[in-house]
Design a protein around this ligand. Structure first.
Ligand SMILES: O=P(O)(O)OP(=O)(O)OP(=O)(O)OC[C@H]1O[C@@H](n2cnc3c(O)ncnc32)[C@H](O)[C@@H]1O
Ligand SMILES: [Mg+2]
Length: 198
């Protein structure tokens, strides 16, 4: 069992920080990498795992603390898994609204039965920058892409992601509900088990 009281979160995404801190509870304090540096590392990996490890190592190097990274995204069946690891950059870095508008447009003629998609989250935890044994945990969340945005909660693609088990979009779930069932919740559940936190 590894005991951490403070971890740096290797993410500049405020939505992730909020969700992950809520899932971890008070036993572990997550500090944002933004406290240490505003420079974001280039995500040069070809997989969620590679990018998560790359971000975790970078944050541990900058902060001198153990680091947790979250690499996540949306894999749409009809698009062969795109935007996948490029989810944040789908509309060339123009942000969430542009990403969502592009996805709706690309899928505009695709029937409901072919709009299946998964949110993917890989968490990587390194004890230090050169850790030879990062802890890796993955979570998937199956749903479908809506034909128009709905809901105000969450971030990113949440307004477009229909959640079959709740019959609403992921942006219509309360934050507490999303944190029970999301891809990130599933990955965090595994991580908490690995860390002996549950
Ligand atoms: O790399 P960091 O700094 O952590 O922040 P980021 O926002 O760039 O994060 P990623 O590189 O992992 O890209 C994740 C993309 O997938 C989207 N995404 C991930 N989890 C999501 C969630 O729970 N709800 C909605 N969109 C999500 C998110 O909006 C981003 O566009
Ligand atoms: Mg990123």
């Amino acid at each position: 069992m590894i005991n951490f009281t403070q971890l740096v979160l290797a993410s500049h995404n405020a939505g992730k920080l909020k969700e992950l801190q809520a899932m971890l509870g008070e036993s572990v304090q997550l500090r944002s990498i933004g406290e240490f540096s505003s420079v974001e590392p280039e995500e040069t990996g070809l997989s969620f795992v590679e990018n998560a490890i790359l971000k975790a190592r970078n944050a541990a190097r900058i902060s001198g603390l153990p680091a947790l990274a979250d690499d996540s995204g949306l894999a749409v069946d009809f698009l062969g898994g795109a935007p996948g690891i490029y989810s944040a950059r789908y509309a060339d870095g123009k942000g969430d609204a542009a990403n969502n508008a592009k996805l709706l447009d690309v899928l505009k003629d695709v029937p409901e039965a072919e709009r299946g998609a998964q949110f993917v989250c890989v968490l990587a935890l390194v004890r230090h920058a050169d850790d030879p044994l990062p802890i890796l945990c993955e979570g998937l969340w199956h749903g479908r892409i809506l034909t128009q945005a709905s809901g105000e909660h969450g971030f990113g693609y949440d307004p477009l992601f229909w959640v079959p088990e709740r019959d609403c979009s992921s942006a219509e779930l309360s934050p507490a509900d999303k944190n029970q069932i999301s891809h990130r919740a599933r990955a965090m559940d595994l991580l908490r088990q690995r860390l002996g936190l549950k």
